[in-house]
Design a protein around this ligand. Sequence first.
Ligand code: MG
Length: 458
Amino acid sequence: MEKNENKLVTGRRDALKMLGLGSAAMITGGFRKVSSDKEAKEQDTIQKPPVGMAPVKIKSVRAITTKAGGSNLVVVKVETTEPGLYGLGCATFTQRAEAVVVGINRYLNDFCVGRDADNIEDMWQSAYVSSYWRNGPVLNNGLSGLDQALWDIKGKRAGMPVYQLLGGKCRFAIDTYTSVSGSTPEQVGENVLKQMADGQRHVRIQLGAYGGVGTIGSKPDFKDAGFGMPRDGFMDDKAYLRAVPKMFEGVRKKCGEEIELIHDIHERCEPRDVIAMCKQLEDYHPFEIEDPLSPENRHWWKQLRESTTIPFAMGELFNNVNEFVDPVINHYFDYIRLHVSQIGGITPAMKVARLCEWFNVKTIWHGPGDVSPVGHSAQAHMDLACWNFGIQEGGGVFSDQLREIFPGCCTKKNGYIYVNDLPGLGIDINEELAAKYPITNSAGNWTVRKRDGTIIRP
Ligand code: MG
């Protein structure tokens, strides 16, 4: 009997070694003991699922930070009473990283220690209201990290990748888009062709920076007048609105009709101007247009939707899952741009995704470089399991430095992202290496002004 138990453990110990967990004690508690040699043999061949798992409590919740790759990244590590069993989640809010660290180490840890690591929904609901005031960035980022880490633990306990816990695969891999830019339509077209040669089927095209900041337009009179700060950006919105249809025309001529084109307006123009420009873009049939309006312009969404058949993607700035309800059930958006490391993690993101399914709205999780590789893994597992997956931004390309710090990162081939099949999120962190790249306390600079110096909301 003991021999058989050992055999079972050894196989799973190997899996743990791959994750660098070092202990198999957590697994042994998860399997029913065999009572005879005959039954032991059956267990070997049938591979029964774990039954009656021993409870596991949370021992600590803490933030691990790194600036490898150039952005402040914050990862939550949840350690448990089971030696070697822990989970990781992304809590990155790169512009206010140190505030998130305090939220995790000084508050979330106290709140979570001693609680049951298995009850993810209960933990989410209780942590969510624990500060009374809720739904803000910083605390939501910490909650996202905690939630993802608990799903990671759940997967490790079950011996399954998280996508299996969410219902299994709906597709063999995850189609992606990548972004290119240039200062002229010709340059943008050249860069799209390079991506197409690399196997990419969807490309987001931008003229220079978002909104053409620093690339298009002239006369930042506020700078001549000494208004604002020298580093403040300038956007000539009329020049931008004229340039975007020309960019689409140029790229279509150069790259043909098959490549799917995306563009991010980044919420920076007046609603009536956005409507007029999007009507012009119909001729170039974009795959989707991102962030046409700022969240503050929510009363324009209906008019925007009714004015054009262009598909829209929005929501990366939403803090509260309730913000998705109206636009989804009224079909104001075709895709939701939910920032998983901000909205509260896998638990609320899956609820929004399921709501979207009923209204034929699809997912495009927000996937910029300031989502950690752990966050990208969490998104990839949901991408595999959601029927109404649209496409994924970024997520499979990481520097060698990041891959060394985060063993188990997603990989990308021919425009598709792949996850490994290790239990949980399949990703680990090398804390020693991560610490070699300390985060910096920088307030960020999303300051962009009109010609006269008026602030433009991103
Ligand atoms: Mg965007």
